[in-house]
Design a protein around this ligand. Structure first.
Ligand SMILES: O=c1[nH]cnc2c1ncn2[C@H]1C[C@H](O)[C@@H](CO)O1
Ligand SMILES: [Zn+2]
Length: 355
């Protein structure tokens, strides 16, 4: 199998359907925002801050992984900081040829300084729209309920999702610590979203077993599953997910860090793909996990043996799984399929040398 370089993977058109805004900042931006807002950080240099906002492979659990968000959220409480971080995330993604991205976050976590939920959504949409005008990227927003926060709040966030339907918000999610916080507590929120014909996805099967995925699908109506790693433990449910073409939002590096899998070689994305499941490759948190979509493809190429044809197919599954209206999705897919057919590996540099 010819080895693909990171440049090859950067050149391919891609999606990122599972990326958290509050886990995907630039470290220098955190430092600047903290200075402007007089917020105290655990360190005031990039190198000093890194261990607090990037977790390595020695991270022991999802709960430990989630600690990094206390730092990022401390500087994401103003309208301007939300515009800026949303813009920069879309800019970073566009620069590695992510053509369609769904950014998720939980507005309830950004109210420490009194912003209204409405303004918190507006700010992120403004930052993303600014990036869309400047770069070749389309974006959508997914609002997250949080498992450990009360179901009433999830219902308010579901109403917020309904209020911004067709205005940039494309879906609803449930995030946060999975063990001890079952999705069924939040089923009214999902009911509200579904009754309004809006898409939903839930983090499930990351830090808890297949029962959690079962609840996400059958009690909350999930159209996609975030992570879903532990689907591997229930063949019957796996067949159901496969038969219904329910996409899995796989985030390989994040899964090694949170110990959803012990090591990359054990990641079930290879088996899921071989069984015909609809799998997509995503970052989860560009900063916290220190990754990009291209790096995630490099990992599955080098460690799980996905070749170029298979990577192209996974990319197409990403576009197919987008929470986009069908007509728009078809148009975007047609454009991307055309590019993928014409794609030849070999970095631009080596191509220039051949000329
Ligand atoms: O991988 C994850 N699993 C569960 N929750 C997560 C993950 N990454 C981020 N979050 C949480 C922390 C954020 O504050 C929240 C909203 O983006 O979602
Ligand atoms: Zn996530």
């Amino acid at each position: 199998m010819a080895k693909l370089t990171i440049q090859d993977l950067q050149r391919l058109p891609k999606t990122d359907l599972h990326v958290h805004l509050d886990g995907s900042l630039r470290i220098p931006t955190i430092l600047q925002l903290a200075e402007e807002q007089k917020v105290k950080l655990p360190a005031d240099t990039a190198e000093g801050l890194r261990p607090f906002v990037e977790v390595g492979d020695d991270c022991k659990s999802l709960v430990e992984y989630l600690r990094a968000f206390d730092v990022t959220l401390s500087v994401m409480q103003t309208y301007e900081s939300l515009v800026r971080t949303a813009f920069e995330l879309a800019e970073d993604a566009a620069k590695e040829n992510v053509r369609y991205m769904e950014v998720r976050y939980s507005p309830i976590l950004h109210q420490q300084k009194g912003l209204t939920l409405h303004a918190i959504v507006q700010a992120v949409l403004e930052g993303l729209a600014q990036a869309e005008r400047q770069y070749n990227i389309k974006t959508g927003v997914i609002l997250c309920g949080m498992r450990h926060i009360s179901p009433d709040i999830s219902l308010r966030l579901a109403d917020l999702t309904v209020a911004f339907k067709n205005k940039g918000v494309v879906g609803f999610d449930l995030a946060g610590a999975e063990e001890n916080f079952p999705a069924k507590r939040h089923k009214d929120a999902f009911g509200r979203v579904l009754q309004n014909n809006i898409n939903c996805t839930l983090h499930a099967g990351e830090a808890y077993g297949p029962e959690s995925i079962h609840q996400a699908i059958h009690l909350c109506g999930a159209h996609r599953i975030g992570h879903g790693v532990r689907l591997i433990e229930d063949g019957d449910l796996l067949n159901y997910v496969n038969d219904h073409r329910i996409p899995l939002e796989c985030c390989p590096s994040s899964n090694v860090q949170t110990k959803a899998v012990k090591k990359m070689a054990d990641h079930p994305i290879r088996l899921f793909y071989d069984l015909g499941l609809r799998v997509t490759v995503n970052t989860d948190n560009r900063m916290v996990t220190n990754t990009t979509v291209s790096k995630e493809f490099q990992v599955i190429h080098e460690e799980l043996g996905f070749n170029l044809e298979e990577i192209k197919e996974v990319i197409i599954m990403g576009f197919k799984s987008a929470f986009l209206p069908y007509a728009l999705k078809r148009a975007l897919l047609a454009e991307v399929v055309h590019e993928l057919k014409a794609f030849k590996p070999g970095s631009l540099e080596s191509k220039k040398e051949q000329l």
